[in-house]
Write a protein that binds this ligand. Structure first.
Ligand code: 5GP
Length: 190
């Protein structure tokens, strides 16, 4: 998606360690008009898939997922990062290793909201090593719901997540795919 690529080029900030900061338009300050264009694009890609729920993960995925959900006319569920040790039996749970914070945490979704008859589109801001997406996929599978695919804003295609998840037979559509990036040379898209 050219609009998103252009914004990354002009406003993204590359940090050491392969981290792209997009705080001015995507995951701190949020450009809702840009999100609307992203939502329309996700709809164009997945409109024939009968999506009944969008699933994302707190916090950065929520804004993008909510704007997209207006186009799909369906609810959004966000997986919560669990803070308590005891996980009650009324939730689906999985583990995610944080790329940006370097630690493992549990994510949970209430069984009440993710149902076997649901057709789920997962939406997230970044795909890097694929741990967040893998964790979300497990929640969908544990619920016995149908996974329609994943819609990602920024895929860092030089990291293994995209290949791994596609290798599991999951459809992944990313609006901007970064082939390489460095402080010296900037961002190159696929
Ligand atoms: P993964 O689990 O695929 O390694 O990483 C996905 C999650 O890590 C995303 O939900 C996102 O919040 C965060 N993340 C991964 N890479 C980046 C990055 O380069 N920049 C930012 N801002 N977040 C990232």
């Amino acid at each position: 998606m050219k609009l998103l690529e252009e914004r990354i080029r002009t406003h993204g900030k590359i940090r050491e360690g392969g981290v792209l900061k997009v705080d001015s338009f995507l995951n701190h300050q949020m450009d809702v008009k840009l999100f609307q264009e992203m939502g329309k694009e996700f709809l164009r890609l997945y409109q024939d898939c009968g999506v009944t729920k969008i699933l994302t993960i707190e916090a950065s995925g929520i804004g993008i997922a909510c704007v997209a959900a207006q186009f799909f006319d369906c609810p959004v569920i966000f997986a919560k990062k669990n803070k308590t040790k005891n996980i009650a039996g009324d939730v689906y749970t999985s583990k995610v290793e944080s790329f940006t914070h370097g630690r493992v945490y549990d994510i949970i979704v209430s069984k009440e909201f993710l149902l076997p008859q649901d057709r789920v589109l997962i939406i997230d801001d970044f795909l890097a090593n694929g741990s967040a997406l893998q964790g979300l996929i497990k929640l969908v599978r544990d619920a016995g719901a149908t996974l329609v695919g994943a819609g990602i804003a920024v895929e860092k295609a030089f990291q293994p997540g995209g290949d791994m998840i596609r290798g599991m037979g999951v459809r992944v559509e990313s609006l901007a795919r970064i082939k390489s990036m460095s402080v010296e040379n900037g961002v190159e898209f696929c």
